[in-house]
Design a protein around this ligand. Sequence first.
Ligand code: 4AD
Ligand code: MG
Length: 466
Amino acid sequence: MLLSSISQLIKDKIKINSEITIGGWVRTKRHSKIGITFIILYDGSCIHDIQVIAYESLNNYKKDILSITSGCSLMITGKLVKSPKKLQKYEIHASKIKVLGWVKNPEKYPISPKKHSLEYLRKVSHLRSRTKLISCITRIKHNIIIYIHNFFHKKNFFCINTPLITTLDTEGSGKMFRVSTIDLKNLFFDSYKKINFKKDFFGKESFLTVSGQLNLESYACSMSKVYTFGPTFRAENSNTNRHLAEFWMLEIEMSFANLKNIMYLAEKLLKYLCKKILNNHIDEINFLSKKNNINLFNKINKIITNKFIIIDYTNAINILIKNKKKFNNQILWGKDLSIEHEKYLTNNYFNGPVIIYNYPKEIKAFYMYLNKDKKTVSSMDVLLPDIGEIIGGSQREHRIDILDQRIKELKLNKKDYWWYRDLRKYGTVIHSGFGLGFERFITYITGLCNVREAIPFPRTPYNAKF
Ligand code: 4AD
Ligand code: MG
């Protein structure tokens, strides 16, 4: 039997007064004294619930319907009718209601209809997509994934699946999760009393990747325009509202492109995605605005209408030094910006998106193109109000001698990078790319305060329970 979905009803895909069957879960129910039960049902297919009217004449009214509680799963057959109420389009007059799953101990049901805090909902992550908020965010995410693929497909980029297991630390932070089959209770040591990874599964120390970039570069240096979209892992002990140990990153890589070209592309991408959201998901945006008590329309429009401000790192430092606001973190040329600095620039000083470029080489990764001043690299960060850095990218060092010098300066093992260096030996080419933190972007455009609501099962320090 083919079930109808609430989204089909709302989109007028089903004839009024026809008989339909629908499956879903009870959000709330109310029994009236005159022998009618009103059930608010959701099936997750769209932001809307549907009201089901159950009359006393149903043969299981006394046995089942009167005992229904929030969270029960139901299969309902009935007539689709226009609703007399202003706020809802349709309702279903049930001719048959089958309770598929009861809620044991309704008083202990973790997602009762009362308001729950986001912190509480994280503790029941396996059930939190039953709330209107989390399911709404999830549907928006799904659509944005499709828009992302469409955007790049239209621009003739190819999607490359880069590996999740790697032996290289792309970003050079050293904060990676180990991948190993070594028996921790039976370790093998070499003559220097170090663990002998030659006997490990990959014959070498291996990790979960922090970025697919290096592998992506290999494909950019033959297929010109490529991207990858997948999970990345960082073992930093950061308990902030912007950090996850496992997050999704969209990374793009373009040959024959310099830093300016990818700044332009990053702005275009963000504007495109925001336009799509405002054009196609206005019900969700209105709901999220109310729920989060902000004007999300204005927030998203800031990306669409503001020309992104482009300033170099040195200028950004000067602006911060001149400002009168007291910061907790020191502002010093050569130091990375902290979130309070990023927020000052985006929220206060420029009131919109900002791209900062040409950071000091000391605070950036080995692969970035060294500028003529030999002090800065052709890097860029895109910052948005509230959330700060959302994109990090750079022109890549395509000159083998300078790359080797950087590898040496940073005391990396040149041998490990043999295949990456090959790309510079065989038909090297100017190329550039960036990575967009997907959950940070979702957090921004849904008006959330924490990336932990932007991923179904957040992984953070001491938390990988679900
Ligand atoms: O700036 P990042 O570290 O850049 C890279 O990894 C490059 N290899 C990307 C590239 O050029 N292909 O990370 C890119 C973005 C950040 O701007 C941020 O939005 C997000 O990834 N990000 C995180 N998001 C959630 N939790 C974390 N721990 C994150 N670390 C970075
Ligand atoms: Mg970064």
